[in-house]
Design a protein around this ligand. Sequence first.
Ligand code: SF4
Length: 457
Amino acid sequence: MFVTAGVSGQRWARATPARSSHVSRTLPAVSGVRSVRMVAEPQLDKKQQRRRIMQGEKFNRRGFADTKEEAQGMMVEEFTSELLRQMREEAYILERDGITVYLAKAYGFCWGVERAIALAYEARRQYPTERIWITNEIIHNPNVNRRLQEMGVHFVPEARDADGRVHKDLSGIQPSDVVVLPAFGATLEEMTYLDALGCRIVDTTCPWVSKVWNTVDKHHRAQCTSVIHGKWNHEETVATASFAEKYVIVRDLGQAEYLCDYILHGGDKQTFLKTFRNAMSADFDPDRDLVKVGVANQTTMMKNETAAIGKMLEKTMMKKYGPAELSEHFVAFNTICDATQERQDAMLELVERELDVVLVVGGFNSSNTSHLVEIAEQRGLAVYHVDSAARILPDNVIEHRTVHGEVVQTRGWLPHNGTDGGTVRLGVTSGASTPDRHVEECLERVFLTHAVERARV
Ligand code: SF4
């Protein structure tokens, strides 16, 4: 019996069932990872390959009943906040010593992130002596990732190919190891390699991310190209692209406009290929592959922008082919994650208030957090993005990430009084990978900073 596995565009089959016994370290490496023994057989498409791996006996995406309760207890202990619980009960407002804090009505951990951490904790307890790896950060939060390291979880290192491209170096993983796939998933190539290696896989991929993968599969079945709204080098988009057969990734409305203009009027093909050189499937030909398109997204992009890109493509196809032919050239499925949408909506509501300053807590590489910062910035508010309380320094100095991605220090960031001479009005929110405990720690430093500053005046 044979099952297939696709690696780097080739189709192979692996002899089953004794997986680990078939692992070979002598064949040449594929994309920087050790090769495994594979035998050619008829093609499965990418969805079938993923499904086959997920049905494997060593593949777990439901967690572990024996360690679930213990993991939940650890998470409550480490991540929850009594202060934020009180704020939720008191209309999301807290007044203390000259500061009024307004908390966004949706903030912090989304269920996909909570689920991912819970599964990783369960796995650690379930396999106390086995070596456990995670293929990437479990979520975009440095403290949570550090906590996993303290629990003995190893992070798969990165390496560079001969052409300078970064990839995951999976070569240290042994068949007896356990490998956790993070909330934003892993590529088909990585999954295929780990499956063929025969190690245990604990998959914490958020179901919303899997929904996007199903969407790009639907695009393939409808014989259309996936236009993915995302950042080509973001882990989630890298994974999504690996499950798409034909795709091009657009970063923002500007790139989408360029793409639509090319569809309508054509253009210089070499310029197109250069613009999207890291962001399209192999052998992509814009003259051939943009005749029928569908939209998918990185789940943490700005929902309004994804919606606008969808509308722009729909209008473009309508203009080019006429309303009667639209369904032959454009397909739409909603893949915007609820949690991202709710946090962005809550931020839009929060910035409607009269605020003196806004604090956003979340990982510096967290896409959904940086979009929350952008909302406050666009509103013209003084906004500071920190990834932990340690960034709030003595002497009213804050170290923060700007919307342009630089980490800078600002002195005197917290005013003594509000602009109306009364209390300081502080808006606060946090990204989907931020524990409530971290927000509480930040607020405690804010209160301390304010008390010290007022004492000086
Ligand atoms: S932000 Fe959405 S897609 Fe990402 S982990 Fe949370 S629920 Fe899942």
